[in-house]
Design a protein around this ligand. Structure first.
Ligand code: HEM
Length: 222
């Protein structure tokens, strides 16, 4: 195709996006479930945070996650530039979006950038004061205290909820697209993947929303 960068074939690109995306979904399921523990048993949550501090296996997992993120973003960037070069300045107008093409699927890159911006803020709020502090030889902040303090601020809770809406939009298309990349992509399967993608995204995001709402609205009233 004219103007295509062709660094790697588009099938390989999609497969890389699917594999790195799947890694993220697994991380989010783990991270969201771990955060839920903070509601059920704050002392158990503290114990998990200590276990996942600056220990070698936790640092290795963090590096692996950063590698996955880097690869996911790099390939997304290549795909976006290729699409732009192929399509030029002609972009779908609202009315021209073909049937079955969601708003999210046309805006995955922008949604990804918003997630990245939110992630930078999130890492500053938590990871920087915990694992990073410990790696630098300082004392790690207490995870439970950070959560209670952060979500007691209405502004922060709202920013987190907006971030989670963006994550939901990105995941609902991302998961169904990831499943299609693996193989079954007939029209009937596409429809099924769309439903499955929406269900998975909703369940994953609800794990996080529950924690924000709990520490913002319910915990202070208890
Ligand atoms: C209710 C919402 C959330 C809470 C309470 C929360 C809590 C935390 C805490 C306490 C840490 C630090 C763990 C440590 O350094 O030992 C952390 C790290 C992290 N969080 Fe979250 N998180 C939330 C939502 C999210 C979301 C939505 C994402 C992704 C989009 C995310 C991605 C990460 C990443 C990538 C790290 C660094 C993990 C690592 O050190 O390997 N978090 N989070």
């Amino acid at each position: 195709m004219k103007n295509r960068l062709m660094l790697i074939s588009s099938v390989t690109q999609k497969l890389f996006m699917a594999i790195t995306g799947a890694g993220f979904v697994l991380f989010l399921v783990f991270h969201g479930t771990m955060n839920l523990v903070s509601i059920i048993s704050p002392s158990a949550y503290d114990a998990i945070c200590v276990m996942l501090g600056a220990n070698w296996y936790a640092v290795l997992a963090s590096l692996l996650l950063a590698g996955l993120a880097g690869l996911h973003i790099l390939i997304a960037l290549i795909l976006t530039v290729e699409n732009f070069l192929a399509r030029g300045f002609v972009r779908y107008k609202r009315k021209q979006r073909p049937r079955g093409v969601s708003w999210s699927s046309n805006n995955m890159f922008v949604l990804g950038l918003l997630i990245l911006g939110g992630l930078a803020l999130h890492l500053l709020n938590f990871w920087y004061k915990m694992q990073f502090a410990e790696l630098m030889g300082a004392e790690s902040a207490n995870g439970m205290e950070l959560i209670r303090d952060l979500f007691s601020h209405t502004g922060y809770s709202i920013v987190y909820l907006l971030w989670l809406v963006v994550l939901w939009l990105h995941l609902s298309h991302g998961v169904s697209s990831m499943l299609q990349s693996v193989g079954w992509n007939s029209e009937s399967w596409k429809q099924r993947w769309r439903v499955i993608g929406t269900v998975v995204a909703t369940l994953v995001v609800l794990l996080f929303v529950a924690v924000v709402i709990y520490y913002w609205l319910i915990y202070p009233a208890l």
